[in-house]
Design a protein around this ligand. Structure first.
Ligand code: NI
Length: 142
């Protein structure tokens, strides 16, 4: 495993629309492991592949309810609103209030290549929306 360098605001990759993963390979397995190690080392809630310079639709999240490794995640349902303080590992030292959905349902492929469906509420819903935004080049400061 390895700790990866996190791209900062201004890196063009953070503004790209990331490509879907067509087939999970050993390279992706290693990427997921390295992203997970990097997330925990940075004491973050979530990390998206573009943040480590890879424009593919992969995120890792741990909002205190266990690790999620998601490939090609898509929000299929959302409801309610919540407004809370948010930050981003790519924009250190900056926080701001962001209004997002309170509940989301996300479909994705797991790190093992299985289809999964996650219902997120509160902080987990916020993290899912924040990280999926990264895959479309959207940052919380937008
Ligand atoms: Ni972020």
């Amino acid at each position: 495993m390895a700790i990866l360098e996190i791209c900062r605001l201004g890196a063009p990759v953070l503004r790209e629309k990331a490509k879907p993963v067509r087939r999970l390979t050993k390279r992706h397995q290693k990427l997921l492991k390295d992203m997970t190690e990097t997330l925990y080392e940075a004491d973050g809630v979530g990390l998206a592949a573009p943040q480590i310079g890879i424009s593919e639709r992969i995120v890792v999240i741990d909002a205190g309810k266990g690790l999620l490794q998601l490939v090609n995640p898509v929000i299929v349902d959302s409801e309610g609103t919540q407004t809370d303080v948010e930050g981003c590992l790519s924009i250190p030292g900056v926080t701001g209030y962001v209004t997002r959905a309170e509940n989301v349902v996300v479909e994705a492929v797991s790190g093992e290549g299985r289809p999964i469906r996650i219902e997120g509420h509160g902080l987990l819903a916020r993290a899912l929306q924040h990280e999926i935004d990264h895959l479309d080049g959207i940052l919380f400061i937008d």
